[in-house]
Design a protein around this ligand. Structure first.
Ligand code: PRP
Ligand code: GUN
Length: 198
């Protein structure tokens, strides 16, 4: 779909600026590094990034953890349930398997956002099913308020209002992941469809 059709007279409003995201990730890294299960883990922490949306958040979080001295192995799993839409299909599809050795490991699952919790819950079951000793979960945005999520995250950056958000890895119809800030679309166009300097 062309950008003009996706925007259709809408403007992107900033919800969290790049600077706010960066500061919150430092807070999350501090919380993670001092968590008992993580500090007591034997060997490198296995960080499992849930593709695609979590890639940009994870890139910043793992470097914040590394700066704090944590040994990390990074691996990826691809899960999808929203497709081009703004609502969960209700069905989490495993698009690509994890590749790391999992049995006996302490795993930190990283995702960009939790809404229904289906994705994170699927991933948690997946890694426990492969013999992980512990599975911890971290999301940048927790959008579960007012819902009844099937899982709650161990670490969360922001409580996100009930808006369909884009940017910083998150897409609408596979676009806008590259925005350095997190925003949402609102009716009413600026000249170029974007008002945000984030
Ligand atoms: O809590 P839930 O309701 O399960 O929603 C959260 C999931 O939705 C998005 O993934 P999506 O299916 O859009 O795939 P993507 O990561 O490739 O964008 C997001 O990246 C989370 O993984
Ligand atoms: N891009 C995006 N993906 C989501 N997955 C669950 N909620 C959201 C959201 O608000 N935005």
């Amino acid at each position: 779909m062309a950008d003009e059709d996706l925007m259709a007279g809408k403007t992107i409003k900033t919800l969290y600026s790049a600077a706010e995201i960066s500061a919150r990730i430092d807070d999350m890294a501090d919380a993670i590094i001092t968590h008992a299960i993580i500090t007591e883990a034997k060997g490198a922490l296995l960080v499992e990034v849930i593709m695609n949306g979590a890639v940009i958040f994870a890139a910043d979080l793992v470097r914040a953890l590394s700066r704090r001295g944590l040994d990390i192995e990074i691996d990826f799993i691809a899960l999808s349930s929203y497709g081009e839409g703004t609502e969960s299909s209700g069905n989490v599809v495993l698009e690509a398997d994890a590749r790391g050795a999992i049995a006996g490991r302490t795993v930190l699952l990283i995702d960009d956002i939790l809404e229904t919790g289906r994705t994170l819950n699927y991933a948690r079951s997946y890694f426990l099913g492969k013999g992980a000793a512990h599975v911890m979960t971290g999301v940048l945005l927790d959008k579960s308020a007012g819902r009844d999520p099937v899982i709650r995250p161990d670490f969360a950056g922001f409580e996100c209002p009930d808006l369909f958000v884009i940017g910083y890895g998150m897409d609408y119809a596979y676009r806008f992941r590259e925005l350095p800030y997190i925003g949402y679309m609102e009716q009413g166009a600026a000249a170029d469809g974007k008002d945000s300097t984030g």
